[in-house]
Design a protein around this ligand. Structure first.
Ligand code: HEM
Ligand code: HEM
Length: 376
């Protein structure tokens, strides 16, 4: 844990807006919290032997005070870090080691502000110096009592190696209580967050179709895909669940219309951190807006294909963008392929934490590919 703490301080000083490092910092920090709680439980079940007799009372008090302060820091610093990410206006999800969604602290919504974050960050960052200061005292004490006249305290920590003191009776008491208790607490937190973000997967669409379709979409052969860039690297994903009502008459474009209803909870990129963020409030906010609706109108023939206007209704507001697509109709079967360029800003996605597109590029390309059969 000493090594992890030092690593965390050095990492904390070198995060430089690098999201992967932030996520690692949060992952190791929560691990330290887990270990510290387990360690505290272990200590209650296994009190350490009393200090060497020759130690001055003041030294005993000082040693005890440093230990208490270390325990307070091992628990307090990660808790403050967790509080910081919970109240930060820059709402980024935490995914421990890239696999486990970790929730924000409960009841912190009302505290979200730059000012509250600033106060917490002050204590969080200054704690590094407190840890280094205490470490100097702690190591000085250990060394002094090692080379002094007493039965070395360092040797007490490694009885098997030095053989100067009796090794403690093994196994130590309370292993299950200490580690099991801590593990249970963390499992409850992780599972609770899963229920919070899960939503009702199989809910029926709330949006009534406004179109009398004449084509049936083959969903297994159709895809709505999006591609963007984060920190200069490309990322992409799909919406796994959507329905489309298609009325398309190549000879009567006036009469043609398409309505697509997308289940925003079904967004997936293959990277848990992106998925968790995209399902967050400032992105697609599926908890409040489980559906996005896309309506195609104003169809016109263009070189090699068609153009249309896509009206995207997302989180209650509508944005119109041009869409270009090609259509291959063979008998009663049609294959579509199209794309549109969207702006994250226009769609109000991620606008509180990254309005300037410093991390996530503003441009998003949406690619459509689909297969449909004409109704008889
Ligand atoms: C940030 C790093 C460190 C932290 C947070 C830390 C924390 C602690 C804590 C909380 C205790 C008391 C355990 C208990 O009674 O429950 C302890 C004991 C001890 N630590 Fe560390 N420690 C750190 C680094 C070190 C280092 C580098 C050394 C070696 C020079 C060391 C040597 C000792 C010794 C000898 C004891 C036993 C004292 C006794 O017998 O009462 N520690 N440490
Ligand atoms: C014992 C565990 C931890 C230690 C020792 C630690 C230490 C540090 C240090 C030294 C910094 C750099 C502060 C600065 O000078 O700017 C930092 C930054 C940060 N830490 Fe931790 N941390 C710990 C746990 C956590 C946890 C569990 C979280 C969140 C879940 C967290 C979130 C952050 C954040 C968001 C920053 C960036 C602050 C900013 O620059 O705005 N930390 N941490």
């Amino acid at each position: 844990m000493a090594a992890l703490l030092i690593f965390m301080i050095l990492l904390g000083w070198a995060m430089e807006d690098n999201e992967a490092r932030f996520q690692l910092h949060k992952s190791v920090g929560i691990t330290i919290l887990f270990l510290a709680l387990a360690r505290l439980g272990w200590r209650f079940a296994n009190p350490p032997p009393s200090l060497p007799e020759g130690m001055a009372p003041l030294e005993k008090t000082a040693s005890h005070a440093v230990h208490v302060a270390f325990y307070a820091l091992m628990i307090g610093v990660p808790l403050v870090g967790w509080f910081m990410v919970s109240v930060s206006p820059f709402q980024v999800s935490t995914v421990l080691y890239g696999v486990l969604s970790w929730p924000h602290l409960p009841f912190t919504d009302g505290l979200r502000s730059e000012a509250v974050y600033g106060v917490a960050e002050f204590f969080h960052s200054k704690s590094a110096w407190l840890i280094f200061g205490l470490l100097a005292l702690h190591v000085a004490g250990a060394v002094k009592h090692e080379i002094g006249a007493e039965d070395g305290v360092l040797k007490r920590m490694l009885p098997g190696l030095f053989g100067k003191t009796e090794p403690p009776a093994l196994p130590g008491r309370g292993f299950i209580f200490a580690f099991g208790g801590s593990l249970l607490l963390f499992a409850v937190i992780a599972v609770a967050s899963m229920f919070g973000s899960g939503g009702n997967g199989g809910a029926k669409s709330q949006t009534a179709p406004r179109i009398e379709g004449n084509w049936d979409v083959d969903y297994s052969a159709s895809e709505i895909r999006f591609d963007g860039a984060h920190e200069g690297r490309g990322f992409g994903g799909v919406f796994g669940a959507w329905t489309a009502d298609v009325a398309f008459y190549p000879d009567d474009l006036e009469r043609s219309a398409v309505q697509v209803v997308i289940d925003t909870r079904s967004i997936r990129t293959g990277t848990k951190l992106y998925d968790d963020n995209l399902r967050g409030k400032e992105w697609f906010n599926p908890g409040e807006f489980p559906e996005a609706v896309v309506e195609l109108s104003d169809f016109a023939e263009a070189a090699g294909g068609y153009t249309a206007t896509a009206t995207i209704t997302l989180k209650g507001s509508a944005v119109r963008v041009p869409l270009g697509f090609t259509l291959d109709i063979a008998g009663d079967e049609a294959r579509l392929s199209g794309s549109a360029e969207l702006s994250r800003k226009a769609l109000d996605l991620g606008q509180s934490s990254d309005p300037g597109a410093a991390y996530v590029a503003d441009e998003v390309t949406v690619t459509l590919s689909g297969k449909a059969t004409r109704r008889s």
